[in-house]
Structure formats: C-alpha cells, structure tokens
Design a protein around this ligand. Sequence first.
Ligand SMILES: C[S@@+](CC[C@H](N)C(=O)[O-])C[C@H]1O[C@@H](n2cnc3c(N)ncnc32)[C@H](O)[C@@H]1O
Length: 200
Amino acid sequence: MTEQDQNLSKNQYFFDKWAKNYDRRSNQWWMKRFHLPVFKELLLNQNTKILDISCGTGELLKKLEGKAELYGVDLSEEMLTKARTKLSPKVKLRKADVHALPFKDNFFDYVISAEAFHHYYGQQKAVQEMVRITKTGGKVIVADINFFLKPIHWLFKRYEPGHVKINSKKEMKQLFEQAGLKIVGQKRNFAFAVMTVGEK
Ligand SMILES: C[S@@+](CC[C@H](N)C(=O)[O-])C[C@H]1O[C@@H](n2cnc3c(N)ncnc32)[C@H](O)[C@@H]1O
C-alpha cells in the first residue's frame, strides 16, 4: 500500500467511526469556529454554485440551504450518510477524494474546505484541484486548524489519525499563490482557526 493509500484509509476509518457521534454539541461548538468566518465571505444568490469539500455531516451546507446551489463531497461514506439525513435531496452529495475531484473545470463560485485541510496527503495537489474547478473570479476558502503554539500542532500530528500537517499562515498563503490564487483575505477566528481566502 502506498503512503497515500494509507492516509486515505486511515481517514476513512477514523471518520466512518466518528460519524455517528460527530454532531454532539461540544464538537459542533468547535466546528462553528471554522464555519462562521466562511459564511461572512459568501455573496449568495440562487445561481451561486458552492462546493463544500470534506463536508462531513453537512453542518456547513445546512446553514446555506435554499440560498444557493449546493454540492458536498467527503471521503467517508458514513459522514455522507449522516449528511443525507439532514439535507434536502437538492444538495448534491457524493463520495470523493479532494485530490481527484469529480467536477469539470471552472464550475464553482466558491470552493470551501473547513477543518479538514490538515488531513490531505498532497496539500499542493489539493489546492490545485480546488483551483481547477473554481470559476475565474471565484473563491477558494480554506479554514483550518492553526494554534499559536507549535507543541499543540505536534500533539495533533502525533495523536490524530490521518493527520498530515498543520500549516502556518505564511505556508497557507504560499500554497494558494503557488496554485495561482490571489490572496484576498486571511483571518484568525478564536485561538485555533485560520481562514485563508484566494481569488482565481
Ligand atoms: C474534522 S472533519 C470536518 C468535517 C466538516 N468539514 C466540518 O466542518 O464539520 C474532516 C473531514 O475531512 C474528510 N477527509 C479527510 N481526508 C479527505 C480527503 N482526502 N478527501 C475528502 N475528504 C477528506 C473526512 O472524511 C472528514 O469528514
């Protein structure tokens, strides 16, 4: 098994197991710190196409229902099963790996990844895929973990299954710029969440 396959199966196993209890209140309090800044970035109408990559149980998409054309992908079938029980069938959900997204070029107005980027084995490839499917003038938004203290990052890497790397604010900007995005925003929310916004 390649390192990449190992990463995918670790993530799949971990999140399939977690899906049943994922929506408990304490966890959702944490997730909201990543979602709330994202909502403020979105200009919505019924034709706005939004993809939530690694959508988990669909909490972010749930808040946007009825306001835009919504799509979600995740590696974990169990997460998607939970999301399907909460979202209208109009929200198009499917299983996919961020490194090979099943969408055509220049399709979405917004491509979002919340609290998941540190799980991606090929972070540069992942950003390239996000850029590929975003329209010119559209936005790629990544909200991910970022603590002030490096030892906390070390603990995450050591103990979280499927963890690859938490990026600094500077590293995140570099990944975006290398993929051809123009940085239009970077914001900290709370002690542990940083959102980076790039325009194609
Ligand atoms: C911590 S959860 C975040 C879920 C959701 N975004 C939220 O805010 O609640 C991380 C998610 O990333 C997904 N994931 C991990 N690796 C992935 C990959 N290579 N492609 C797509 N999704 C992936 C997991 O299945 C999991 O649902």
